[in-house]
Design a protein around this ligand. Sequence first.
Ligand SMILES: [Zn+2]
Length: 301
Amino acid sequence: MNVFYHPLYSALPLPAHHRFPIDKYRLLHQRLLSDSQLSETLLLRCAEPASKEQLTLVHTPDYINGFIGGTLPASAQKRIGFPHSDTLVARTLQSVGNSIGAAYCALEHGLAINLAGGYHHAFATHGSGYCIFNDLAIAARELIHQEQVEAVLLLDLDVHQGDGSASILGEDTDIITLSLHGEQNFPRLKQRSDYDFPLPTGCDDTLYLDTLETALNLVLRLHQPDIILYNAGADVVAEDELGTLSLSLEAVRQRDTLVMSIAKQKNIPLCCALGGGYQRNLEQVVDVHWQLLLSAYHSYK
Ligand SMILES: [Zn+2]
C-alpha cells in the first residue's frame, strides 16, 4: 500500500478554537504505523513539493505569487480560512506535491493514497473553505500535460460540492468531474460539474450507495478514464459537524470498497486524497478516514 505523508500536514499553528481538525493527519499516520496488519504492507512515500510550474497548470500567477509571498488581500486570506504563515505555504506546497506524486504512483502501482489533499474549493484565482491550491485538478492536468494519460475522472465524494474543481475543469473535455454532495451543504452557490448528484439532507446509506454505484458505472462506461482521482471526504457521516448527510461508518467502508473494487476490476489506477472530516472528537474523524485505508488493504492485498 503506497501512502504519501509529511509531518507538515499537522504542523500548522492555528489560533485556539479554530474549527479545522489539523491534528487528524498525524493521528491517522500514527494509527497506520501502529496497526500490525496494515503496517506490514505499507510503503510510506513523500514527493517533492509542488513547483510553481505545476501550480500554473491551474492557478493564475497573481494568486500563486500573492499566496506564497503573503501579499493576498485580507479578504482573500480570510476566505481561505487559515492565517498566512511560512508553515502554511510549506505545508500547502508539500501536500499538493504529494497528491501529484500519488497520481504518478497510482499509474505505476494501481493504487496510491495521499494522507491529505482534496482541496476542491480552490478556484483558479482564489482559495476558499480551507483549500488553497486545487491538488487533484493540478494532478489531472499534470498527467495530461506530461502525456501520461488521455482521460481522467475526478471523483469527488466529499460532502461538499467540488465547486473549485468544477469551475477550473469545466472546459476540459479530457477531465471528467463527478460529484456526490449534500444539496444543502456549503458552497451555497454550486458550480456545474460534468455530473452532479445533489443529495437530500439526511440521505441514508442505501440511497447514497445506490446512487454512487449507478453514477460511477455510468460515467466509467461513457468515458473510460485512464485514472481515477478520488476525493474520499470523511464528512459524509451522520456525526459530522458540517455535513448534512447521515451515513454510517459501515457505509463509508462500503463506499470506499465499492470505488476500489470497481477501479480494480476495470484495471483503472486509483489515486486517493483524504478530503474533509469535521468532528471535535478527533479519534472519531480518524475512524472515518481509517475506512479508506482498511478498504485499500482488503481490496488490493
Ligand atoms: Zn468537505
